[in-house]
Design a protein around this ligand. Structure first.
Ligand SMILES: Cc1cc2nc3c(=O)[nH]c(=O)nc-3n(C[C@H](O)[C@H](O)[C@H](O)COP(=O)(O)OP(=O)(O)OC[C@H]3O[C@@H](n4cnc5c(N)ncnc54)[C@H](O)[C@@H]3O)c2cc1C
Length: 382
């Protein structure tokens, strides 16, 4: 019997997680990644609920737990850098059970290291054409045949376009950018949030001497052909605090993450031999904080479905979970960028007084309940 083979487009988080699970089931996995090396940029990502169970079954939970950010505090500041309120991070993030928060770079490396020996990675290449009989033409000119092709190539998936045609993303009214600057803030597992109407900047570092990760979010209708560095300078210059020095560092940034806060909604994730996974099929947007969890759970469920030759099973198990998390992401998008001055003042008042509120744990539990329900809204096949 010939060994079954799967081509996965995209070595982000979903692609290597699927490759890991296919290899475990005796299926040959090849990952093709357009970038010349792992794209290891990004901020912290959350792994919640069902996704922690998936990491345990993959045997990678302990590695991820060792990389947990172990955040200490979150501080909201004014334009002059003075604090509005400092809060205990574990209280504010409302983590439950085995939920983890890991810098994206670390998770990318954990997944890659766990698969590098058994999975063929083709960096600097991409799919140029998908043919009906499972044959794939690569941009490098090679042709190969696979039993399945999986698009795990993110929000702007080229695999999706080739198999399903143009699918319009649902724009949630904002853009987000993440990049590293050389450390000069002296943060040690502390996060800073600085907001103005329509704009927010956040900064985080795992410890003194490590690069500071900067996040910038701004409200905007869809931009045609945005040039990230120019757009960020135009939107954030003169905002206050140290924002101008972050903008000055932009030219030295290698892997700038810049994207719209958007969702992908599709009635079906497979067509013939082509299947979509992670952001390519059901991006919930960074506003949900659930993109990584959906990618991990999706990878596990898809590996099982491919093994059984039952792609309908993938749709059946994932659909309610995906719908719930997409709905949650839409709800949260409005909160990610503060609206007017009144909304901002109201939020700042809430943060200032929360520390002294005897019901603070109950309040946070109430606020984060929909997130935890969404994070657990799936039964993973045994
Ligand atoms: C550099 C980077 C930084 C990010 N930072 C954050 C963050 O800070 N916060 C957050 O919430 N989310 C972030 N994300 C998105 C987050 O990783 C995903 O929402 C989520 O983890 C789902 O993962 P994914 O594997 O489906 O998609 P992604 O992690 O986006 O991975 C997709 C991969 O496919 C590759 N690819 C794209 N097109 C092609 C092609 N045509 N052929 C081959 N490969 C292709 C990309 O280079 C990338 O490696 C980031 C994504 C990237 C790529």
């Amino acid at each position: 019997m010939t060994q079954r083979s799967v081509l996965i487009s995209g070595a982000g988080l979903a692609g290597p997680a699927l490759a890991h699970q296919l290899h475990r089931r005796g299926i040959r996995a090849t990952v093709v990644e357009r970038a010349p090396a792992l794209r290891d940029g990004g901020y912290k990502v959350d792994i919640r609920g069902a996704a922690t169970e998936v990491l345990k079954r993959m045997g990678l939970f302990e590695a991820a737990r060792a990389a947990d950010t172990d955040m200490r505090t979150v501080t909201y500041i004014k334009a002059d850098g003075r604090p509005i309120a400092t809060l205990d991070a574990s209280l504010l993030m409302g983590r439950r059970g085995d939920d983890l928060e890991v810098v994206r770079t670390e998770l990318v490396r954990i997944l890659h290291d766990a698969t590098a020996a058994d999975v063929g990675y083709r960096f600097g290449d991409s799919i140029a054409e998908l043919r009906d009989d499972g044959e794939v033409l690569f941009a490098s000119g090679a042709t190969e045949r696979y039993d399945y092709v999986v698009g795990a190539d993110g929000l702007h998936s080229a695999t999706r376009r080739m198999a399903f045609g143009e699918v319009a993303a649902r724009h949630l009214g904002a853009y987000i950018s993440i990049f590293d600057v050389p450390d000069d803030l002296g943060l040690d597992r502390e996060e800073i949030f600085f907001s103005a109407p329509g704009r927010m900047v956040f900064a985080y570092s795992t410890g003194p001497g490590t690069p500071t990760k900067i996040g910038m979010v701004f409200a905007s209708p869809p931009l045609t052909d945005p040039r990230p560095r120019a757009v960020l300078r135009e939107r954030f210059a003169g905002m206050g605090w140290r924002v101008d020095s972050f903008l000055a560092a932009l030219d030295g940034v290698d892997d700038l993450y810049f994207d719209s806060l958007s969702q992908i909604e599709m009635p079906q994730w497979s067509r013939g031999r082509v299947v979509l996974l992670g952001d390519a099929g059901y991006c919930p947007s960074p506003a949900s904080g659930q993109g990584t969890s959906l990618a991990l759970v999706g990878a596990y469920v898809l590996a099982d479905a491919i093994d059984k030759g039952d792609l309908a099973g993938y749709e059946r198990v994932m659909r309610p979970y995906v719908d719930r998390n997409l709905a949650y992401g839409r709800k949260m998008a409005g909160d990610m960028v503060p609206g007017g001055r009144f909304q901002l003042a109201f939020r700042n008042y809430g943060m200032r007084t929360l520390r002294f509120n005897p019901w603070k744990r109950q309040i946070i539990e109430q606020v984060t309940r929909p997130l935890h329900e969404a994070a657990n809204a799936v039964v993973i096949p045994s």
